[in-house]
Design a protein around this ligand. Structure first.
Ligand code: ZN
Ligand code: ZN
Length: 568
C-alpha cells in the first residue's frame, strides 16, 4: 500500500493543466513515439503551435497482434490542438525513423521533409508507391549545413551510426538551444572516415538548454566496438573457410558492413551476389550516392550462383531476423527460387538477435543446419557490432554538450531511467525527467516539466495499409464490417502431409465459392517444400495470404484471416 498512492501523488503534482501552447516563453515537446519503447520514433517540438517533427518511424508487430503488418504512431495530438507541422526532420534512414512517413504525410499536410541524400533516397521510393511523391518537397541536408524551419534554426551534425549519412541536430529555438543526438555511436575508425562532429557538439559559446539522447545501449558498459573490427573478422573467416559458398546475412541498410563484406570477398578472390529486394535497392542507391564502391565485374546474378564454383561465391542476403519469406528464411526451407544451400556452405549472421525474434532465429539456424550448412553468429565471432553508443560514449556526449536539462529518448522505460541516472552521475546539476509517449512536456529556460497527457499510441496497419484500431486487435472477432475467416489445416508434423482440411469458419462474408478457395489452398500446399510445410510460420503466412487474396478478389473486402495450423 505504501508505494502505490505516493507514486500517484507524484504523478498528479507533476501534471498541471495551466499551460499555454501560444506562450512565447516555452517550447512544448510531444513524444508521439519511441519513448518507453524501442521503435517508431517520432518527436514533435512545438513553438507557438508550429511544430517540427523529428523522425517519423514505424515498428513491426509481435506474434500476438494477428493480421497486423506494421505499426505507426498516433498523431491525433497535432490535429486536436491545431498545431501546424512546418517540417519533418529525419536523422537517418532506419525504418524506426522514416517508415511511417508514407502513412501520415498527407494527414500532416505535406510539410517539407529534411534529410541527408541517402535518407531521402530511401523514403522517395516508398512515397512514390503511396502516390505521395508529387506532393512532397524534399530539402536535402549535407551536415554541417544549417537551415531554418520557421522559428527554428537547425544545424545538422554528422554522427556515426549503422546506416550511412546519419545526423544529429542542434536546434536554436527562441528560448534556447536543444540538441537531439539521433541514433549515434562514437567510432574511432569509421569506415568512411566520418567521425561524430565533436567540435560542433562541444561548442562552448552557448549553454545548451536541453539534450535529448539515444538510450538504446545504456545498459551496456564501456565503449562500443568499431565497425573496423568486423571487417577484420571477415578477412580472417574468408581466409579460413575452404568449402562451399559463404552466405552473409546483414541488414540491407548497413552499407558500411556491406562494403566491408564485399571488399574482403573480392580480396579472397570470390565473386559477390546480392539477394533480397531491399538489399538490391539499397545497394543500388548507395552506389549511386557513392557511399558504396563496387566493381560490377565482381558481382554475379543470383540465378547464376548454382552454375559457378561454390568456393568462389559470397552471397550477401537479407533475413537475419528470420523474417518470413526473406532470403535466409527461404534458403533455410530450401524454398528459394534461384539458389539453394548445399552441405559445406557457411552462413554468417552479421547482426544481433532483436529481442522477440530469438525463437524464430533459432528455428532458422536449425533449418540451415538441416540443409548441411555451418552457421556462425555474433556470439561465436566478431561479425557484428552495435550502431548505438554504450555508456562511456553517452557520458562523453553529456560532457561535450553540458546541457542544463536532459531528456532520454529512444528506449524502453527502464533504459530511460538508467540514462537519466547516468546523466546525473556525470553532472549532479543536470535536471531531467522520464517521459513516455503521450506526456506533454513544457520546456522553458527555467524548468522542464510534464504538464499534461495526450492520446498517443499505436496505429495498426495491415498489408493494404488499412487502419485497424487498437481495440479491434484484441477483439477482432467482432469485426463484422470486414468479415472474419478462420482457416485451419491439420498437417503431419514430420512429413507436412495434409491430414485434414482446409476448413473455413467464415463470418460476415459469402461462402458460395469455398470449394475454389479449398483448391487454391491445396495448390499452395503442393508448391511448398516439405520443410516449408512443416514450418508453422511459413504455412500460416501462406494460408493467410491465399485466403485473404481469395476474398479480396471475390468480394472486394479484406477480411481478417486467422490461420490455424495443427501439427499431429
Ligand atoms: Zn538507427
Ligand atoms: Zn533507432
Amino acid at each position: 500500500m505504501g508505494l502505490g498512492p505516493s507514486i500517484v501523488m507524484t504523478m498528479s503534482s507533476e501534471t498541471d493543466k495551466s499551460y499555454d501552447l501560444n506562450s512565447k516563453k516555452s517550447i512544448f515537446l510531444a513524444p508521439l513515439g519511441g519513448l518507453g519503447e524501442i521503435g517508431m520514433n517520432m518527436m514533435a517540438v512545438v513553438y507557438r503551435k508550429k511544430a517540427i517533427i523529428i523522425d517519423c518511424g514505424l515498428m513491426f508487430p509481435n506474434a500476438d497482434e494477428p493480421g497486423v503488418d506494421i505499426i505507426i504512431p498516433r498523431i491525433d495530438f497535432l490535429k486536436d490542438h491545431g498545431i501546424e507541422v512546418i517540417g519533418i526532420i529525419l536523422t537517418h534512414g532506419h525504418e524506426d525513423h522514416i517508415g511511417a512517413i508514407p502513412f501520415v504525410i498527407d494527414e500532416l499536410g505535406f510539410p517539407p521533409v529534411y534529410g541527408t541524400p541517402f535518407t531521402l533516397a530511401l523514403i522517395e521510393e516508398r512515397l512514390r508507391e503511396a502516390g505521395h511523391l508529387k506532393h512532397t518537397t524534399f530539402e536535402v541536408v549535407h551536415p554541417p549545413q544549417s537551415f531554418s524551419v520557421g522559428d527554428f534554426k537547425i544545424q545538422s551534425i554528422q554522427v556515426t551510426h549503422s546506416v550511412v549519412d546519419s545526423m544529429g541536430l542542434m536546434i536554436e529555438t527562441p528560448i534556447g538551444r536543444i540538441i537531439h543526438s539521433g541514433d549515434f555511436k562514437m567510432d574511432q575508425h569509421p569506415i568512411d572516415g566520418k567521425n561524430i562532429d565533436e567540435k560542433r557538439l562541444k561548442d562552448p559559446s552557448i549553454q545548451n538548454l536541453l539534450l535529448m539522447s539515444d538510450s538504446t545501449n545504456v545498459e551496456r558498459e564501456g565503449w562500443s566496438r568499431s565497425e573496423e573490427v568486423v571487417g577484420k573478422t571477415f578477412k580472417q573467416l574468408f581466409a579460413e573457410i575452404e568449402t562451399g559458398k559463404i552466405i552473409v546475412g546483414v541488414f540491407a541498410s548497413n552499407i558500411h558492413r556491406i562494403q566491408q563484406i564485399y571488399d574482403e570477398a573480392v580480396a579472397s578472390k570470390r565473386k559477390v551476389s546480392f539477394l533480397g529486394r531491399s538489399m538490391r535497392t539499397n545497394v543500388e542507391i548507395a552506389c549511386r550516392l557513392k557511399h558504396l564502391k563496387i566493381d560490377r565485374s565482381n558481382v554475379v546474378d543470383p540465378s547464376d550462383i548454382d552454375s559457378l564454383d561454390a568456393k568462389k561465391i559470397v552471397m550477401i542476403a537479407t533475413g537475419t531476423q528470420a523474417e518470413p519469406r526473406s532470403v535466409l528464411y527461404r534458403l533455410s526451407l530450401n524454398d528459394h527460387p534461384e539458389t539453394q544451400i548445399h552441405p559445406g556452405d557457411t552462413v554468417i549472421l552479421s547482426s544481433r538477435f532483436i529481442p522477440g525474434n530469438e525463437r524464430n532465429i533459432s528455428h532458422l539456424i536449425n533449418n540451415l543446419y538441416r540443409r548441411g550448412a555451418e552457421v556462425i553468429d555474433s556470439d561465436m565471432a566478431d561479425v557484428h557490432c552495435s550502431g548505438h553508443a554504450y555508456q562511456d560514449e553517452q557520458i562523453e556526449l553529456l560532457k561535450w554538450t553540458k546541457p542544463k536539462f536532459f531528456l532520454p529518448v529512444h528506449g524502453e522505460y527502464r533504459m530511460l531511467v538508467k540514462h537519466l541516472r547516468l546523466a546525473q552521475s556525470v553532472d549532479s546539476h543536470i535536471r531531467g525527467l522520464i517521459a513516455e509517449n503521450g506526456d506533454l512536456i513544457e520546456l522553458s529556460p527555467e524548468r522542464i516539466k510534464k504538464v499534461s497527457q495526450f492520446p498517443a499510441g499505436k496505429v495498426f496497419l495491415d498489408e493494404a495499409a488499412g487502419d485497424i484500431h487498437e481495440e479491434l486487435i484484441r477483439d477482432r472477432v467482432k469485426m463484422a464490417s470486414t468479415g472474419l475467416v478462420v482457416a485451419s489445416l491439420v498437417l503431419h508434423a514430420k512429413k507436412g502431409a495434409l491430414i485434414e482440411g482446409p476448413n473455413f469458419d467464415v463470418r460476415g462474408l459469402p461462402t458460395d465459392d469455398l470449394a475454389l478457395l479449398e483448391g487454391e489452398v491445396l495448390t499452395m500446399l503442393e508448391d511448398l517444400s516439405k520443410e516449408a510445410r512443416t514450418d508453422e510460420v511459413e504455412v500460416k503466412e501462406e494460408l493467410r495470404r491465399v485466403t485473404r487474396r481469395f476474398f479480396r478478389k471475390a468480394t472486394g473486402t479484406k477480411p481478417v484471416v486467422v490461420p490455424l495450423i495443427y501439427f499431429v
